[in-house]
Design a protein. Structure first.
Length: 419
């Protein structure tokens, strides 16, 4: 569009130049015609003839022809005051040319304004083009980024498909293993049921055997009780003999003779217990287990009562020493204690649904949980040691020796029943 505008401007300029040149030629032609007319008119004053060479020379200011026209805009003759037709035509042509010139100038101005608008539009279009190119570059970058994202998503989708296929294969494998495991579990369950029945039969047999042993032990206990009654009768006779004796030495000798006369095991155990009572106050508490009575009590009653089987991790020696020193504590589990404690008894090692008791053998140890049967064993041994400590501290001074011996026998019998 700029090239078209330039062409129009150049064409218009050429036309204007042609018009000016045409106007100039017409002015010159008109001037020559006027001069010729003036020379031919009879009423004009005679002017000297000009040579051909003088025609081409510039007119002088004092030439009469210059006085005919008053001004450039005048159409009348200065001599006769008449219209000069040629001047009238020239003025009309001049007016037309001026009008054409004005029209051309207006057209030129309009074209210039149009050119300016076109230039502004061109600048605007150029800016829009640059912005469009910039947006196109950004869109191209975004498209490239989207292509990369799409490629990454496709790769991820491929990976997910592989993972899904692998998971499907693993699922099928796990289902196969689960089916095989279920079959094995059913087989193991059947074996366990059969084994449980066999163990139940075995335990029932052992229970029957233990019942027979318990029955025999009860018979023995009845025999022991009869022996104790007989011993009590003999001790009463010894006490009567002791009252009738005159001197302390003679009384001791008679009592020893009476005890020695009793050759059964009960009399021997009574004599051993009597020696323990006499020596207990003078023997250190850490050496009480070295006395004959306590040695036999440990071997026959205490240690068997504190042996809880092969699954137990408790040492009987640690237990009975803490009971002797009165550092063993046994209590019922408080209600505010949570049920998060182990389900295995810490004494016998067997699994129980409920462990209602707990113990510890020193103040620095943690509480250990146990069932009711193990607790009964602990309590029976603790009561026996409490009886021993009371004897050592002299709380039973003045009591009948036979009654003390019967109490120790009762406590041993309690340990026997608890286990």
């Amino acid at each position: 569009m700029t090239n078209d505008t330039n062409k129009r401007q150049s064409v218009t300029t050429k036309e204007i130049a042609n018009i000016y040149s045409h106007l100039q030629n017409m002015m010159e032609t008109t001037s020559l015609k006027q001069q010729r007319r003036l020379s031919n008119d009879s009423w004009l004053p005679i002017t000297p003839a000009y040579s051909s060479s003088s025609l081409h020379k510039p007119t002088r200011p004092d030439c009469p022809c210059h006085h005919i026209i008053i001004s450039n805009h005048s159409r009348y003759c200065a001599l006769c005051d008449r219209r000069i037709p040629i001047l009238d035509e020239l003025h009309q042509e001049n007016e037309k040319i001026q009008q054409v010139l004005l029209d051309c100038q207006e057209t030129l101005s309009a074209e210039r304004k149009r050119s300016q608008r076109l230039e502004k539009n061109q600048v605007k279009i150029k800016k829009e083009k640059e912005e469009t190119i910039k947006k196109l570059d950004e869109n191209s970058k975004g498209y490239t980024s989207l292509q990369q994202d799409l490629k990454a998503i496709q790769e991820k989708l491929t990976t997910e498909k592989r993972v899904a296929e692998r998971a499907k294969e693993d699922k099928m494998q796990v289902e196969g293993e689960l089916e095989e495991l279920s079959t094995r579990l059913f087989e193991e369950a059947n074996k366990m049921v059969f084994s449980e029945k066999r163990e139940k039969h075995k335990l029932q047999t052992e229970l029957d055997h233990l019942k027979e042993e318990l029955k025999g032990c009860r018979g023995k206990m009845e025999v022991k009780e009869m022996e104790l009654k007989e011993l009590k009768t003999k001790m009463a006779s010894i006490d009567e003999h002791h009252v009738l004796s005159e001197g302390e030495e003679e009384s001791d000798g008679d009592e020893k003779e009476a005890l020695d006369s009793v050759l059964d095991p009960t009399a021997w155990a009574l004599r051993e217990f009597q020696d323990f009572v006499e020596l207990s106050e003078s023997v250190s508490i850490h050496k009480l287990h070295s006395t004959p009575f306590m040695k036999h009590s440990l071997m026959e009653d205490i240690e068997p009562c504190l042996r809880f089987g092969p699954q137990s991790r408790l040492a009987p020696k640690d237990l009975y020493e803490s009971m002797l020193l009165n550092t063993c504590f046994i209590e019922k589990v408080p209600d505010n204690v949570s049920d998060s404690h182990p389900i295995k008894c810490q004494a016998c090692g067997q699994e129980k649904r409920k462990l209602p008791y707990r113990f510890r053998i020193s103040m620095v140890d943690d509480w250990a949980y146990m069932d009711r049967y193990c607790r009964d064993r602990f309590v029976s041994v603790c009561e026996f040691y409490m009886f021993i400590r009371n004897i050592r501290q002299g709380h039973y001074n003045g009591h009948n020796m036979l009654e003390l011996f019967q109490e120790s026998t009762r406590l041993k019998l309690q340990m026997f029943y608890s286990r």
